[in-house]
Design a binder for this molecule. Structure first.
Ligand SMILES: Nc1ncnc2c1ncn2[C@@H]1O[C@H](COP(=O)(O)OP(=O)(O)OC[C@H]2O[C@@H]([n+]3cccc(C(=O)O)c3)[C@H](O)[C@@H]2O)[C@@H](O)[C@H]1O
Ligand SMILES: Nc1ncnc2c1ncn2[C@@H]1O[C@H](COP(=O)(O)OP(=O)(O)OP(=O)(O)O)[C@@H](O)[C@H]1O
Ligand SMILES: NC(=O)CC[C@H](N)C(=O)O
Length: 763
């Protein structure tokens, strides 16, 4: 029997904060050692933080990473435990994103990343070179390190470490998701343990995709797959969502949290790499030992199994055939044993039922954890939210409420860091600390309803009730005096006073009057956020929260520099549809009952006067439904559709209820407004990234912002296709639902399935 105990971790690193990162790393090693683990894996680029971006171009960053590594290696941290540290390494003139593998105060091997993440939010090729050679070369350690460690060189490149009792290899994040992942070849060389150091961000409904990859990696070829990820906001729009885990032969045997306020979480599993013992015996042992530390069987049928890796591989004929003729992969021989012999005191981990959060929980917990990190690291004393009583700002309020609940839970569970941060931010004195989320919210959360003559009593009351449920310090102010002061000023300047459309004004007047209200709210919000703490004898400032959703951004249905311009926005890349689901969930699960009524109300900007025959509604104003917007957004971004291919796809998808000419009108309408308003994306409030169809212009969706909004070439082609389709209409109408190809699946990312999004269903 070869019993191996492995530890992986979620670390809440902060880009460029080397002290914070080093402390977390040391803490994780301490806990790994306490658990008796022989391997400790940390996340990708953990020493610097993953999100340093152009700081990686600074030599200081790499130098500081070496200094931190030296600090670790000069102490007893790596004694008796193989540690993988993520850091940038320069070799010659190239910089590599590397896993540095250390044991007993020596560096055993440096494994540079071979396939870099370079799409979506990732731009690793801007900072790193990919190592493309299938070999190990000698790497001369920086002189300060080599002197301190008495070690001149280290093997650098692709390969694995051959210990006396097992073989271990690194696979760096993205490499796992490539068409030919390194682990496939390494497994054929007898590598039994894979260490994947990752920097992977949260995206709604993405976890499944990730877990399927770990499972797929080890299901047919066997092996132990260790995954480590960052967890938290390391200084940007992304939330790294942890979920460090250990997978054995396709079964998850240890799983860390996806959302948590903890800075360090260590996930441990114990595996037997060797012989297969009779299940019954194992079951008895399991009962006898009665404590499988990290792995608890959910259904009672999965017991810890011995002999998992070698035995499985030995039973697959093709595996052996391919292994026998596989080209050689270099290795580093390390005369050291990682495994223990059979020992009843060391219980084995069993397969777990994988824990997934629902999308509603993801919306609640991801942004709240991100906001907590942002708050505690920004030096602010709290948040201020312009709360309209509508769905969007109420979702943001609920997320802040959820954050307060998580903080109180963290304190209750004895998390000293959360407690210290909460005491500092909430300005508790005399040994007091938060014990009630509402009381905590009162200290760190201002909500402000800024009503105008166009606001309804219903929204004013909804804002007030929700604020009470959450516990925020709520203000209810009227901005009419400021609006009329501005209008009087304008009248003095020009002699003219604009009127609303319902009162006979033009479109320009109507828009001008709406935008005055929207922008005054922004100015007022920032004023209150900076001065209210002073009024209440608190030091510091509050961060202004924005609350426009991804669909409004895509369509441009927001006033540039209005109340959607804020310091940060937790829902800027979440769709209206998902927010509504979240509100229904939060009404019961977060205990804010009024959210149910808020969700049920039709979305309105309340910027125009309400008359008996007119009341402003978002979907009417926009000329499209939020449901349609989600479809356009996904086709545009995820499926990279231009106007013509979007039209073609939607003809299939909506063909049963809309004619090609109607589809063409919708597509043109969308592209017209998308392009008219694209400039607004350049000044979008930094938002939590949660959705792969985000139109966020600064880091994610890189496109021009000055368009020919008539799209003459593309729209002409659409018109031509409409004429052609009109001739073929009967043929198209004959297609059954199953035959309508629509949009292909996006691999589990929650994209519309064919035929599922009839635009009329949402009306
Ligand atoms: N190509 C370009 N590049 C750079 N900037 C450009 C530009 N074209 C216009 N601009 C600038 O943008 C301005 C137009 O933008 P903006 O001032 O926003 O005005 P605009 O987009 O015309 O109107 C805002 C729309 O959002 C609606 N709204 C407002 C508030 C809340 C809500 C809601 O419920 O969610 C909806 C409102 O009813 C209205 O339909 C122009 O005056 C110009 O200054
Ligand atoms: N009466 C109001 N009081 C306070 N803030 C407001 C008010 N009206 C609008 N806002 C703020 O301006 C933002 C944009 O206003 P808009 O009317 O577009 O709301 P929205 O995007 O539809 O969101 P909501 O669903 O929260 O009303 C809101 O999210 C809110 O933060
Ligand atoms: N750091 C990386 O290699 C990222 C890999 C991948 N795109 C992810 O989100 O997990």
């Amino acid at each position: 029997m070869r019993l191996l105990k492995v530890a992986t971790c979620n670390l809440n690193q902060w880009a460029m904060d080397f002290d914070c990162n080093l402390n977390n790393i040391k803490e994780s090693i301490t806990r790994a050692k306490q658990s008796g683990a022989a391997i400790r894996l940390g996340p990708e680029l953990e020493i610097t933080g993953y999100g340093c971006e152009d700081h990686f171009l600074e030599l200081d960053t790499v130098a500081h990473a070496w200094e931190c590594l030296k600090d670790i290696l000069l102490g007893d941290w790596t004694d008796g435990i193989l540690c993988s540290f993520g850091m940038p390494v320069i070799r010659g003139s190239e910089r590599y994103n590397s896993q540095v593998l250390c044991l007993n105060r020596k560096i055993i091997m440096i494994r540079p990343k071979m396939w870099l993440a370079n799409d979506g939010n990732y731009r690793e090729l801007r900072w790193f070179t990919a190592w493309k050679h299938k070999e190990l070369v000698d790497f001369q350690l920086p002189s300060e390190i080599s002197t301190a460690l008495s070690q001149q060189t280290v093997p650098f490149g692709y390969g694995y470490i051959q210990f006396l009792d097992t073989a271990v290899a690194a696979e760096v994040c993205e490499e796992l998701y490539t068409p030919i992942p390194p682990h496939a070849e390494l497994a054929l060389h007898g590598v039994e343990v894979f260490m994947n150091a990752s920097g992977s961000h949260h995206q709604l409904r993405k976890l499944d995709l990730r877990l399927r990859s770990f499972i797929g990696a080890t299901h047919s070829r066997g092996g132990v797959y260790m995954y480590s990820n960052h967890q938290g906001c390391d200084g940007g729009r992304l939330y790294y969502d942890g979920c460090s885990c250990v997978v054995l032969n396709g079964d998850v045997v240890a799983q860390g949290s996806q959302f948590s306020l903890k800075d360090v979480e260590v996930v441990v599993a114990q595996i037997d790499l060797d012989a297969l013992t009779h299940l019954y015996t194992v079951k008895i042992l399991y009962v006898m030992v009665h404590a499988v530390a990290q792995a608890v069987s959910h259904d009672g049928l999965n017991f810890p199994m011995t002999g998992q890796v070698a035995s499985l591989r030995g039973s697959i004929s093709c595996f052996q055939e391919q292994a026998s003729c596989n080209p050689k992969v270099p290795s580093v021989a390390t005369p050291y044993k990682l495994c223990q012999p059979f020992n009843l005191q060391m219980p084995l981990s069993s397969p777990l039922e994988i824990r997934y959060h629902s999308p509603e929980e993801e919306i609640a917990f991801g942004p709240s954890c991100w906001m907590w990190d942002y708050l505690r690291r920004s030096g602010a004393s709290g948040f201020l939210l312009p709360l309209s009583g509508g769905a969007d700002s109420s979702s943001v309020a609920a997320i802040v409420g959820c954050m307060c609940q998580l903080v109180v839970k963290g304190v209750e569970n004895g998390d000293e860091q959360v407690k210290a941060d909460a005491i500092r931010i909430g300005h508790y004195t005399d040994g007091e600390f938060p014990t009630d989320s509402k009381e905590f919210a009162k200290r760190i959360f201002y909500t402000v309803f800024m009503g105008s003559e166009n606001s309804s009593e219903a929204t004013r009351m909804r804002a007030k009730v929700l604020a009470t449920e959450i516990g925020s310090w709520h203000l209810d102010v009227s901005i009419d005096g400021v609006v009329s002061a501005l209008l009087s000023l304008f009248q003095t300047l020009t002699g003219k006073r604009p009127r609303y459309k319902v009162d006979g004004g033009s479109n320009i007047e109507n828009l001008g009057l709406q935008n005055i209200q929207a922008r005054i709210r922004m100015v007022l919000a920032f004023m209150l956020a900076s001065l209210l703490p002073w009024v209440h004898n608190k030091p510091g400032f509050y961060l202004v929260l924005g609350s426009s959703n991804v669909d409004e951004g895509l369509r441009g249905y927001l006033t540039k520099y209005d109340c959607s311009s804020a310091d940060i926005n937790p829902i800027g890349s979440i769709s209206k549809q998902d927010l509504r689901r979240f509100l229904r969930w939060a009404a019961t699960h977060l205990g804010y009952a009024s959210l149910a009524e808020i969700e049920a109300a039709p979305p309105t900007a309340e910027l125009e006067p309400i008359r008996s025959n007119y009341s402003q509604l978002d979907e009417v104003d926009m000329g499209m439904t939020y449901e349609e917007l989600s479809v356009y957004g996904r086709l545009r971004k995820i499926f990279r559709c231009g106007p013509v291919s979007m039209f073609q796809n939607l003809c299939y998808k909506w063909g049963a209820s809309l004619s090609p000419a109607e589809v063409a009108d919708k597509v043109k309408h969308f592209f017209k407004y998308y392009s008219i308003n694209r400039h607004k994306m350049t000044v979008l409030t930094p938002s939590y990234h949660a959705e792969s169809y985000s139109p966020e212009d600064n880091r994610f969706d890189l496109r021009q912002f000055l368009y020919n909004v008539r799209w003459p070439y593309q729209f002409r082609k659409i018109d031509q296709l409409v004429r052609e389709f009109d001739g073929e209409k009967p043929a198209l109408a004959k297609l059954s639902d199953e035959e309508k190809v629509g949009v292909a699946s996006d691999g589990g990312m929650g994209v519309v399935a064919a035929g599922s999004d009839d635009p009329k269903a949402g009306l």
